[in-house]
Design a protein around this ligand. Sequence first.
Ligand code: COA
Length: 261
Amino acid sequence: MPDSKNILSEEKLGILYLTINRETKLNALNFATLTEIREIFTEVSDNKDIKAVIITGSGEKAFIAGADISEIADLNELNARKFAENGQEIFSMIENCHKPVIAVVNGFALGGGCELAMACHMRVAVASAKFGQPEVNLGIIPGYGGTQRLTYLIGRGKANELMMTGDMIGADEAKALGLVNHVLPTKEDAMAKAEEIIKKIMSKAPLAIGMIVDCVNSVFVPDEDGYQTEANSFARCVKSGDYKEGTSAFLEKRKPVFKGA
Ligand code: COA
């Protein structure tokens, strides 16, 4: 793993655990932390030993309380656009990662924190977690893809309400809206749930998992024909040994052993 000052990383049994580690600043995302996320996800794609990623925040209080406001209090039009594009690019790396990425949301997921959680493939929250896009309180809007991802996750009316009011919602409401997959009482429970999901995914054919990521994401790319992407991806799957293994194992009434090729 690349050297990280702001992110703790630990790999166990193929799962890379990332902890945003700026607890005294409620894990706010400064530029350096974003750069570390970029470097880590480049490594995740290249490293065959890493099969899945879980992202959480340090401590009990916050997942990520947003972009670091001390770094965005003095932007101009040009660097504001670059700031947004940089964050969007990095969060797209998470969203497009061919290995499953789950956010374990252990507290405040505000602004860029909610946006990062939404870029992950799934979200498991602790019951005390709070979600929101409070940028409007600062005279700005979400800039790391939040206007888009929140809208497709929870629909236009609710997305408008959350972004225009800047209100926070609790984990149960977030689950009812479709923003969160599961809500668990404690961080340990939430982590265990994320691990349970990831271990199940890790027992499947990795190429197929990557193809699911591409196809699901293609729904949200306006110029892409998602059905075509699906047909192409389906065809790619059948070129793999894992396809032969999966179908043979079914017919031979045994469990498949996938090799990721
Ligand atoms: N950027 C930079 N620093 C942040 C931060 C952020 N997004 N969110 C929290 N912090 C810092 C605080 O400045 C404070 O630092 P200090 O102890 O050096 O003064 C520390 O984290 C603790 O936060 P504090 O506000 O004292 O905690 P709280 O429990 O009273 O309130 C929040 C928690 C999350 C409600 C509040 O911190 C908040 O509103 N944060 C900003 C959220 C936001 O607008 N995010 C979107 C940014 S675009």
